[in-house]
Ligand binder design. Structure first.
Ligand SMILES: [Zn+2]
Ligand SMILES: [Zn+2]
Length: 119
């Protein structure tokens, strides 16, 4: 509610009412979103023929703090998920060889081979 100081009308600061929607399920996020960033692609070896559409958007992506939402977000991007990793705020992109270039996402916390599975 507005109030006056010495006759000057001071509007109260409006709460930011723009709803944040989850990139996974599309529902409004109530409270603090879980933010996922994809690590800088330049730190990953990329075959030079890959360009344009395979470029990864580094984010941040705002999601519910629910692994199901993060998995759904990856699935809709066509990403694979390394099942030895967890959903963390910083995910590392992994080149998935094949006729159609794909990306896997891993938290990079394990040191053995990735096990990429459909998210
Ligand atoms: Zn969600
Ligand atoms: Zn991995």
């Amino acid at each position: 509610m507005p109030f006056d100081i010495n006759g000057i009308r001071i509007p109260t600061i409006q709460r930011d009412n723009v709803a944040i929607r989850c990139r996974g399920c599309g529902e409004v996020i109530d409270g603090a979103p879980f933010r996922v960033n994809v690590m800088d692609i330049t730190s990953v070896e990329i075959p030079p023929s890959w360009s344009g559409p395979t470029t990864l958007n580094p984010g941040p992506f705002q999601l519910h703090a629910d692994p199901a939402c993060a998995r759904r977000w990856m699935r809709e991007r066509g990403n694979l998920f390394c099942r030895k990793s967890a959903i963390r705020e910083l995910m590392r992109p992994i080149v998935v060889p094949g006729e159609t270039p794909r990306w896997g996402l891993c938290d990079g916390f394990h040191h053995d081979d990735h096990e990429l599975v459909p998210a």
